[in-house]
Design a protein around this ligand. Structure first.
Ligand SMILES: *Cc1c(COP(=O)(O)O)cnc(C)c1O
Length: 238
């Protein structure tokens, strides 16, 4: 299936300040090149080996977002080049990213994935775990990761009220922890230093092909769109 260039232009036209991450998982490098030539630079991938292969074949100024579930033992393959790791779903993983980033002599930007959907299978922080991370002192020791925001996936549901509620909840957490992170004393914590010029919540990544417009209405400033641009994904039979 060819890349839907018309759709790409249509999405761009309505973006405003929202960043579009084109999700290219299981799609060929030619499809990525098509959008690259139109000026797209942010691409999202879910699988480590696939991302490593594509990174090697494509222009160096692509900003690669890792949006899948990342296993700790695979961080090392991405650490030297990844632009933003969006699916950080545990404090343990954050520590490993810090360790590998240090080895590469860089600071890696991360989003914390928050569990907002009803489905049990989705990974992520809950409010309690966010509290622990943001109000505790662990951030101060992680000099090579910079937490820049939150990411979430709504339920796979036709019930738009439910989906909207989940987006709204994530936005409320984003606003709450943006304050906790940036203002001394709020929530009993001191500002978290962490890596780079310090942690700050600026990116709220929510919205996919089926729900990105609603996500933007609810305050998203980064959307991750795959099938609308590249066509349905057909996974090979195992
Ligand atoms: C695959 C994927 C997307 C893109 O999904 P589409 O429905 O094809 O737009 C977005 N976010 C994450 C985390 C994904 O895994």
């Amino acid at each position: 299936m060819p890349v839907n260039v018309g759709k790409y232009r249509e999405i761009l036209a309505g973006l405003g300040n929202v960043t579009l991450v084109a999700v290219s998982k299981i799609k060929p490098v030619e499809d990525i090149r098509t959008l690259y030539e139109l000026g797209q630079r942010d691409f999202g991938e879910n699988y480590v080996q696939e991302l490593v292969d594509k990174h090697a074949q494509l222009p160096a100024d692509i900003r690669w977002h890792f949006i899948g579930h990342l296993q700790s033992n695979k961080v090392k393959y991405l650490a030297s080049f990844v632009h933003l790791i969006q699916g950080v779903d545990s404090a343990k993983l954050l520590k490993e990213i810090d360790r590998q980033a240090q080895k590469c002599g860089r600071v890696i930007d991360c989003l914390l994935q928050v569990h907002i959907a009803q489905e049990e299978t989705k990974f992520g922080f809950d409010e309690e775990a966010l509290d622990e991370l943001f109000k505790g002192q662990s951030g101060a020791t992680l000099k090579n990761v910079r937490v820049r925001g939150l990411m979430g996936m709504a339920s796979f549901s036709k019930d738009s009220t439910q989906v909207r509620r989940e987006f709204r909840y994530l936005k409320s957490l984003f606003d709450k922890y943006a304050l906790v992170v940036s203002v001394a004393g709020v929530g009993g914590g001191t500002p978290i230093k962490g890596g780079g010029d310090g942690w700050s919540l600026q990116i709220l990544s929510m919205g996919m092909s089926g729900d990105y417009q609603m996500a933007i209405e609810e305050g998203s400033n980064m959307i991750r769109v795959g099938s609308l641009l590249f066509g349905e994904r057909v996974y090979p039979a195992k």
